[in-house]
Design a protein around this ligand. Structure first.
Ligand SMILES: Nc1ncnc2c1ncn2[C@@H]1O[C@H](COP(=O)(O)OP(=O)(O)OP(=O)(O)O)[C@@H](O)[C@H]1O
Length: 824
């Protein structure tokens, strides 16, 4: 038997000794009576010891939540130190102890006053602490400490009236509790009871217990109660609205039933019944595959039950429409005459002979596989998706905008006699766009593939997947993986759209892809594609396309007779040069469209003589030119050289500018150059420094000045090694004070020994130079073979200088003159 501590019997002394019962998840407030459970060995021991004392008093302290977590993690039952407890606790009296035959002891305890625990004297077998009593929160004490009596009164009565409001908002609130609350006289008691009824978390309750200022205590619980009332009010509103909705639905249902009865009595036709009948007869003749038919029947039965006037009925109706209108078994017979295909391609497109050849080859394979399948189906009925009959790859046109990718796809469809549908993939990030949304979503729709098939009305259209290089990916899924599934003959015969929720056979669709930039097409997709590259057109090709295709088409579109607009070759040339600067012919077509519409206005107002457009009239009809020949002017000072670049838009010319800085010794680079391009700049700089003598350059320029190399336009990122040659020329031009020839552009990679290495995109670069009015091009010798790709007119009108050493480049690029001779 352990010695009994002397409990709370010495009011003269400040510190007293008492038993401690630590509680998890409970804060006991003064004046509040609670049942608690003592199950752990030390708590049982405390309970038993307390019951042996006369006053039956015990200190109740809450265990800190972080200590509770730690104890649980470490699987410990008992606390061991004061740090694990909140030091402000409550002195309580045990009214009753209930000991059951099995299980823990139950105690009924009532909080009496607040105390501060000073020391944990003993932990085993019972907890014993030293504590100090804290002053009670009475009105008198509060007034003595400076509080206003009126404000305490006002807060107390506000609290009571809020309780009345809370009770009125909650029909389950017991009336006796409200009566008790309204009759509490002590403001502190009212506050503590409020806190208990609001059932707040331990830390929050503990702050209330620790509050020494009565007025603040009242304000805190008042705010909490107000919040609770707000929640009650909102809940009431929400419940009210939902109920109203349900009532409305029920009312509609009964009214509809009544209407049906009345109509039956009057012998009138029920419009809903009629609708169901109509759907049923459509279903009977739709010839759906078995799973689709089953699904349709199930949904029809549901519609009959629910009625189509309800919201749910509307959803089912739309779904049934989609199901019945899909071309499950409808195909169109192909025209596989290759001669006809060639004629159609020629009729729609100028030139592009190699590309047309590739298309015809693809169609030939397609035809042979089809014939093989047709023969075999007569004998062995192979699976639709049998490997032997799949064309395998999907053709994909890659090239700058406006070079005819989409229109070639359209021509293929026309040649085969199939409908053509285009699916733009630009900016697509959500898998659901392709695969559809489940019907459980509000406003759900099938994906774009199913929509395209629905529009086409047959299951074997030509579908163009436009801009394969612009698909994205994010948390909504990976559209590229859906595309893979769509294009894979092993999978696409049973493509599942989430809206239809049925398999659809996509294997008979002829897919064609397009992209501007091959490097951005996801790699797994690339494996499935047979790439056909289109490049930009030369000026002569553009002239021919405009004369033979674009202008007649635009004249017809504007509703004019065939000869209404006549353009001389010179006029067309000026439109190409001054109003468009592009690899393709999209803008050219737009400008011709604008011109035709202007003429259409004249025609419509009665001037019906054919309009011959001369170059001088262009400004009046199309506005001021969009481009000038400013490039030539710019390159006339030493330190500026014209380079050639390849971009997704086609070729472009770019300038490399070099200036000496008065101070520093380093190389400064600007113009958003990529890593490879920065390396080219460093190579150029090092090459010139190390060969300064041979090039006739004063080395002191390097020693005492910094060099700044800039490639406008600074906001456009640029990269690649092919500007190496241009950078050497720009630096050499600056340091020898010899300008670069204004009619010359160059491209080529360099190495430290001064070799000129080959580059890519020759055709596009040459065409870009030609568009910019350049007549001489310096190219790496190893690129000579690529000149065969350059259109003949450009080849004839331009001079090509092929170099394998940088000295040859400098020799041909710089305007040789004596030092100090004025710049030409
Ligand atoms: N060789 C050509 N002969 C006749 N018309 C052409 C030729 N090339 C392009 N066009 C016409 O130019 C216009 C633009 O072509 P299209 O829309 O096919 O470009 P695109 O390559 O698909 O461009 P984008 O990459 O922007 O989709 C069309 O009206 C097309 O008929």
């Amino acid at each position: 038997m352990f010695p009994l501590p002397h409990l709370a019997l010495k009011p003269r002394e400040k510190l007293e000794t008492g038993f401690l019962l630590p509680l998890r998840n409970i804060v006991l407030l003064p004046g509040v009576t609670l049942p608690v459970v003592a199950g752990r060995p030390r708590s049982v021991s405390v309970a038993e010891s307390v019951m042996m004392t006369e006053q039956k008093q015990v200190i109740i302290a809450a265990v800190r939540p972080e200590a509770v977590q730690k104890l649980e993690k470490e699987e410990k039952a008992e606390i061991e130190s004061l740090e694990e407890l909140y030091p402000i606790a409550t002195l309580a009296v045990v009214h009753k102890m209930l000991r059951l035959p099995v299980g823990p002891i139950q105690l009924i305890i009532e909080g009496q006053e607040r105390v501060r625990i000073e020391q944990l004297l003993q932990t085993e077998p019972t907890y014993i602490v030293k504590f100090e009593r804290l002053p009670n929160l009475t009105v008198e004490a509060a007034i003595a400490a400076g509080a206003q009596q009126q404000s305490i009164q006002a807060l107390t009565s506000a609290l009571k009236s809020l309780w009345q409001e809370a009770a009125s908002l909650n029909p389950n609130f017991p009336e006796e509790v409200l009566t008790v609350l309204l009759n509490i006289e002590s403001p502190a008691q009212l506050a503590y009871q409020t806190a208990i009824l609001l059932q707040q978390e331990v830390p929050k309750m503990q702050t209330l217990l620790e509050q020494n200022d009565l007025e603040l205590l009242l304000r805190q619980v008042l705010a909490d109660l107000q919040k609770e009332i707000e929640v009650l009010r909102l809940r009431g509103e929400i419940l009210g609205e939902t109920k109203k909705e349900i009532d409305q639905q029920q009312k509609e249902f009964f009214l509809r039933q009544q209407l049906k009865k009345i109509q039956e009595e009057l012998g009138e036709v029920d419009s809903e019944k009629q609708e169901i009948e109509e759907l049923r007869s459509r279903l009977a003749t739709a010839n759906l595959p078995e799973p689709a038919e089953k699904q349709a029947k199930r949904e029809l039965a549901r519609l009959e039950r629910i009625g189509s006037a309800s919201a749910e009925g509307g959803v089912i109706r739309t779904y049934l429409d989609w199901l019945l209108e899909m071309p499950w078994n409808k195909t169109i017979e192909d025209n596989l005459d290759l001669q006809n295909a060639r004629e159609v391609l020629d009729a729609d497109h100028y030139g592009l002979s190699k590309i047309k050849d590739r298309i015809i080859e693809h169609l030939a394979t397609f035809k042979l596989k089809r014939m093989a399948r047709n023969e075999d189906t007569e004998t062995e009925k192979p699976e639709r998706h049998d490997e032997r009959y799949s064309v395998g790859t999907v053709i994909c046109f890659v090239g700058p905008p406006g070079t005819g990718k989409t229109s070639l796809g359209r021509s293929i469809a026309r040649a085969l006699g199939r409908p053509f549908e285009r699916i733009g993939l630009g900016g697509l990030r959500d898998e659901a766009e392709l695969r559809g949304h489940r019907r459980t979503y509000i406003g759900a729709m099938p994906g774009r593939i199913v929509q395209a098939l629905h529009r086409a009305g047959v299951k074997n259209p030509v579908i163009m997947l436009d801009e394969l290089d612009k698909i994205g990916m994010d948390y909504r899924g990976d559209p590229a993986s859906v595309l893979l599934e769509i294009l894979d003959p092993q999978q696409n015969y049973s493509f599942r759209d989430l809206y239809l929720d049925l398999d659809f056979d996509l294997s008979q669709i002829l897919f064609i892809g397009t992209a501007n930039d091959l490097s951005r097409v996801p790699a797994p997709l690339l494996d499935r594609l047979e790439i056909i590259e289109l490049s930009g057109y030369s000026e002569e090709e553009k002239l021919a396309i405009a004369e033979q295709y674009l202008l007649p088409r635009q004249i017809e579109k504007a509703g004019l007779p065939a000869n209404a607009v006549q353009l001389s070759t010179e006029t067309l040339r000026q439109i190409i040069e001054l109003y468009t600067r592009e690899a393709g012919v999209r803008k050219l077509e737009q400008q011709l469209g604008t011109l035709c519409r202007k003429v259409a206005v004249r025609y419509a107002s009665g001037e019906t003589t054919p309009t011959i457009v001369h170059p001088e009239q262009l400004e009046e009809l199309l506005g001021p030119p969009h481009f000038w020949r400013e490039e030539k002017r710019k390159v006339s000072r030493p330190g500026v050289a014209t380079g050639l670049a390849w971009t997704v838009q086609g070729g472009e010319i770019l300038f490399v500018e070099a200036v000496l800085l008065p101070q520093g010794k380093d190389l400064t680079l600007t113009g958003q150059l990529g890593e490879v391009m920065q390396e080219s700049a460093k190579l150029a700089y090092s090459y010139i420094w190390s060969n300064a003598d041979a090039l006739g350059i004063d080395v002191s320029a390097f020693k005492s000045n910094g060099l700044h190399l800039h490639v406008p336009a600074g906001a456009i990122p640029k990269d690649g090694p092919s500007a190496g040659v241009t950078m050497v020329v720009a630096i050499a031009s600056l340091l020898t004070n010899q300008p670069v020839r204004t009619d010359t552009a160059m491209t080529g990679e360099i190495d430290l020994s001064g070799e000129v290495l080959p580059i890519g995109g020759v055709r596009e670069k040459v065409l870009a130079a030609r568009r910019a009015g350049i007549t001489r091009i310096i190219l790496p010798k190893q690129n000579e073979k690529d000149l065969a790709e350059v259109p003949q007119d450009a080849r004839e009108k331009m001079e090509f200088i092929l170099c394998d050493r940088i000295e040859q480049v400098l020799e041909n690029a710089l305007v040789r003159r004596q030092m100090n001779q004025p710049v030409v």
